[in-house]
Design a protein. Structure first.
Length: 177
């Protein structure tokens, strides 16, 4: 067995049902792999997951082939080798909250501001819920943002507030602790 390990990033998508995560975890374990990190969700009856695993170098192709067999059970997978060996630059992380009446285009407009400022969206979670008192649909987004060198939280806040007024949403930024 090889002492070198390969880091793989897996994306899994398919009809949600009990046991999906276990079937993926079993394949990783069967190939000597270690489950490092993941994000998984149930959306509209579908299971969507992204995860990073380490596996012995000589097992990477075998694990990739084994994951393809999940398509027989309705799961599609994409496997990429994680080529990032250099540590990330120590640029600040900030947390973004967006809340307002639901309407089309909120994420498009917010993401335009972020892209124009060179901000990287590291995590994004959105949901639509009914307001407790009125039943009106509210949109909420939470994001972890990586700030580029030369852009500070004040500059980003000002740019987001300019578009938030047009969108009729509230935005808040806070440094990650």
């Amino acid at each position: 067995m090889s002492t070198n390990v390969t880091s793989l990033v897996l994306t899994i998508l398919g009809q949600d049902r009990p046991g999906l995560v276990e079937s993926i975890a079993q394949l990783v374990a069967d190939h000597g792999g270690n489950w490092l990190e993941s994000r998984m969700a149930h959306l509209a009856g579908q299971f969507a997951g992204i995860l990073r695993v380490e596996v012995p170098e000589d097992q990477a192709e075998n694990l990739t082939a084994a994951l393809r067999t999940l398509s027989d059970r309705g799961l599609e997978s994409v496997v990429q080798t994680d080529g990032t060996s250099a540590p990330a630059l120590p640029t600040p992380l900030v947390l973004l909250d967006v809340m307002g009446q639901d309407r089309a285009g909120i994420i498009r407009e917010i993401s335009r501001v972020l892209a124009a400022s060179g901000v990287n969206v590291e995590e994004l979670s959105t949901e639509r819920t009914a307001a407790a008192n009125t039943g009106q649909l509210l949109f909420q987004a939470k994001a972890r943002l990586r700030m580029p060198p030369g852009v500070d939280e004040v500059q980003l806040r000002e740019a987001l507030e300019a578009v938030a007024a047009d969108l009729m949403v509230d935005v808040s930024l806070a440094g990650e602790e």
